[in-house]
Design a protein around this ligand. Sequence first.
Ligand SMILES: Cc1cc2nc3c(=O)[nH]c(=O)nc-3n(C[C@H](O)[C@H](O)[C@H](O)COP(=O)(O)OP(=O)(O)OC[C@H]3O[C@@H](n4cnc5c(N)ncnc54)[C@H](O)[C@@H]3O)c2cc1C
Length: 431
Amino acid sequence: MHSIIIVGASLAGLSAARALRAGGFAGDLTVVGAEQHRPYDRPPLTKDYLRGSCSTADLALETDDDLDARWLLGAPATSLDARSRRVGLADGRTIAADGVVLATGADAVPHPLVPVGPTVHTLRTVTDAERLRADLGPGRRLVIVGAGFIGTEIAASAVALGADVTLLAQDAVPLRRQLGAPIGDFLAAEHRAHGVRVIAPTRVVDVDRDAGGTTATALRLADGTVLPADVVVVGIGSRAATGWLAGSGLRLAADGGVLCDATGRALHGRGGGAVAGARDEMEAGVAPGVVAVGDCAAWWDGYRGVHHRLEHWTGAVERAGVVADVLLAAPGRSARAPYFWSDQYDLRLQVAGVVAGHDELRIEEGGLADRSFLARYYRAGEPVAVLGVNQPKLFTRARRALGAGPTADPASRAAATTSNVVAGTGTALAS
Ligand SMILES: Cc1cc2nc3c(=O)[nH]c(=O)nc-3n(C[C@H](O)[C@H](O)[C@H](O)COP(=O)(O)OP(=O)(O)OC[C@H]3O[C@@H](n4cnc5c(N)ncnc54)[C@H](O)[C@@H]3O)c2cc1C
């Protein structure tokens, strides 16, 4: 491998570049980025950066890296031929290499009734965050459509800025899918205690606009409620930023994710059209020299039996090491159990493992009323994930005990399980 192109100049792309150089790759390295910015960190965009307590300089991801890479910024890739590994750029250039890392992340899903406009925002980039911050302030009526992590974190930051916040959840329990109903209820109560109006379940059915017709002034809900709004944020999920891969020969999932094997090798198939993430995709061939990592990549998860995108900071960094090993044909690292965190008010949530599909949730240390606890998720009696709320030390220990977690092969899973069983009387909660 003499040359590698990384498409996407953010966390996963930078991490891949670092891992390739650390793995001994001495050839030509080109990083292509759609944004003009050098790689920057996104988690603060809903938190410190939105509240104005950190600067743009604080977001920088690069340290004193000496990656000896060619950076083509402000130059979105528009096409890929997976067979020849040729990448077309918006400025008309075509570049080619022995290896290609796809790391183009994701875009916010637009709301069909509430398109981004003068008062309507999504939040994915530093530019989005600056625009939203300029629109927030004391007394501003903010309505957030979507109560996932982006929506709930923005709610907490907007409260700190003095905004009058309403949070709309499609599900009866916000974050139920991500964390289970008891934790979702706990978080909804936290938001209400901080003055957020949480409306769940609900959905937007119409939008009122000003006389010019361009500016949303109120949202209408299914039950007839009319919510006047100075500012609206739409946080209803993301879609892999892979529109540019149409015709590449790669296989894409329904949410745009690049279908990969369990080590990030991209799968090719006829036409690269959308396919359901079914097991038989594993039978399909991989595109030699093409890997995908970060929010755009739908790796095969043998434990869950699906391809899915892992949209977490730590996954983007760790899995970049896995794809570097693949490209360098080095002894392979494998994917670790997923990990992510969320900060809301003075709560730090940390989650490791796979929450989806759990059938039992036990609070094993502390309690919800203390706002500080450790919870473990079980499936058929086996621990599959752990959540810490304001419990960094206990969480770190529990995460270690979870080991490679349920994504690991059955043998190492069994070993992790035996060291995992918690003695004592945990509180079991229906989930
Ligand atoms: C607001 C926000 C808050 C978050 N908070 C947390 C958190 O608290 N905890 C946590 O664990 N995770 C959090 N995350 C998730 C984490 O930041 C992401 O998982 C991580 O940024 C993924 O990195 P990535 O490089 O794959 O994608 P991205 O960071 O999205 O970067 C992809 C890059 O590729 C570029 N690109 C797109 N298309 C093209 C193209 N055609 N050509 C060239 N370049 C292209 C994009 O412009 C972008 O710069 C948050 C994410 C966001 C957006």
